[in-house]
Write a protein that binds this ligand. Sequence first.
Ligand code: TXA
Ligand code: MG
Length: 311
Amino acid sequence: MSVNTLTLQPDSNGIARAAELLAAGQLVAFPTETVYGLGADARDGTAVAAIYAAKGRPSFNPLIVHLATINAARTFAVWTDAAEVLAQAFWPGPLTLVLPLHANHGLSSLVTAGLSTVALRLPAHPTAQALLARFNGPVAAPSANPSGRISPTKAHHVLNGLSGQIAAVIDDGPCDVGLESTIIGLDGPPTLLRPGGLPINGIEAALGAPLVKAGDAISAPGQMASHYAPRAAMRLNVHHPNKNEVFLGFGNMACDVNLSETGDLIEAAATLFDALHQLDALARPIAVAPIPETGLGLAINDRLRRAAAPR
Ligand code: TXA
Ligand code: MG
């Protein structure tokens, strides 16, 4: 599927158009002070699934939710003293905080990849701020590059990788920092999850304590099978479920929960984590219908294999 990707100016018309596109469930790349982000409405599972499709990501890493204000952050996450200290000291800026999700957060479960925590960031770039204020909602945004390629620091980098796949890019020249945000986990003792554009000595000074270093754990949240494993046993590529099993379907078939009755992989990705939580609550063995190994099917099957892995 190819669309005509618009290049928008960072003026009030361009920002208004970009906000309209986001509200319509479209993908818009925008500058932040770190790198260009590929944005979608974080409450819209189909739009978030389209991010993974455009990037060609073979697995579902949780995404950072971008916000305009600290007050908005408080509505999505359980706020802590450390969060307050770091937000006051470094937001807006190249810092992402991972916090426990608030009840009734309203975010798509694909944004958090089904985790009970969420990554939040207030970018400092004036164009990012203008877009977030105008859109007036949470924007999920990974770096705006195809999976496995270099993060984009100019609009033409974005277009080189994603032209024809996204609705628009706001061109506002090069990014200042050029390195992704520093990610601090606050779901426990403050932990460095990813070194990035904000040096850690300042963060440690603000906290008055050293950070726990998670080493190379950055890929961990997306990779740890335990986060996703339902309590009951799970079988994949099942055509005929056993009587005791609940059946997770795909396409036009009789089943207990269907990822997409029309066999649409974007819809299936948007539904996946909610479906797993729903089936897990039934505490019965789970059988899963075959899902094609194409497009988003690769990431869906990757996640299902992790969930079904022996443990
Ligand atoms: O500077 C940046 O952070 C850029 C701009 C666009 O804001 N964004 C960015 O996003 O680098 P991305 O998707 O490339 O990296 C997000 C990282 C992933 O490594 C992911 O594992 C981690 O954030 N992450 C997201 N949610 C998480 C969570 N709940 N717990 C732990 N890590 C999380
Ligand atoms: Mg990236």
